[in-house]
Design a protein around this ligand. Structure first.
Ligand code: ARG
Length: 269
């Protein structure tokens, strides 16, 4: 008898626990105040947007997305998966979205949905101080290091050909810069803020940044969602809130020491 009672109690507890779990699932759909944790993926080798500082994931994108997610009512877990996996994980819906200084463009829009733009960028050229490279055209016949699968790589490939052996492609941008420093490349093409910041922080390397507005277009970064994600609308709204409540300007100022042109970003929506 005692055994039967124990079994009964055990079963009753199982049922209660199971109900508890399904309640929690309801919470995650947003019915109550409990926050759902989203998986956010990045390639943390792109200072000052996302990088590792003594093992800690930091950067403008990190502060920005923390503020936006808070506004949207979500907890986030940012995972450093690397550049190519960002695209795979978002497409396969292993991650809820990606933030990684990702440029919104027509090609990517075929596979992903993007948030409203949150940052203006353009590709520029990083070269040694004494280089004779003064424009993108001057890169002809030179060894150019780029991060594989970026808009910088695309821009150089459309100028000099997709299979041009003078274009050295790396898995992340830090490796491309290291190749330049080691003398294995004459230039690196990457997002202006990233290479400008690198030059500023590494004066002993004697590098400069060359601009070529004729060859490199203005680009805008966005959060990258799986196609059809319902999160897009919620995050667009939250981004606009941080634009309006001063939080975006505060984070921008922390990282760049100047005020952002929010009107320009909003004009692109
Ligand atoms: N904005 C460029 C692109 O979307 C480069 C971004 C690279 N980002 C990174 N975290 N490595 O292609």
């Amino acid at each position: 008898m005692k055994k039967l009672l124990t079994l009964f109690l055990f079963l009753a507890m199982l049922i209660i626990t199971a109900c508890g779990t399904s309640d929690q699932t309801d919470d995650q759909t947003g019915d109550t105040t409990e926050k759902k944790t989203l998986k956010v993926v990045t390639d943390a080798a792109y200072a000052p947007f996302e990088y590792l500082d003594k093992g800690e994931l930091v950067g403008f994108d990190v502060d920005f997305i923390e503020a936006v997610a808070k506004e949207a009512g979500y907890e986030i877990n940012i995972v450093n998966v690397g550049w190519d996996p960002v695209f795979v994980e978002v497409e396969d819906e292993i991650a809820d979205f990606g933030i990684s200084a990702i440029t919104i463009n027509d090609d990517r829009k075929q596979t992903y949905d993007f948030s409203v733009p949150y940052f203006l960028s353009t590709n520029k050229i990083l070269v040694p101080e004494n280089s004779d490279i003064k424009s993108a055209a001057d890169l002809e016949g030179k060894i150019v290091a780029v991060q594989n699968g970026t808009t910088g790589a695309d821009a150089i490939e459309s100028l000099f050909g997709t299979n041009n052996s003078n274009i050295k492609k790396f898995e992340n941008n830090n490796l491309a810069i290291m190749e330049l420093l080691a003398g294995g490349a004459d230039a690196v093409v990457a997002d202006n803020t990233v290479i400008e910041e690198y030059v500023k922080n590494n004066p002993s390397e004697k590098l400069i940044v060359v601009e070529d507005t004729g060859s490199f277009e203005a680009e805008y970064y966005g959060l990258m969602f799986p196609k059809g994600s319902e999160l897009k609308a919620e995050f667009d709204e939250a981004i606009n809130k941080v634009f309006e409540n001063g939080k975006y300007a505060e984070i921008y100022n922390d990282w760049f020491g100047s005020d952002p042109d929010i009107d320009n970003l909003k004009s692109q929506q």
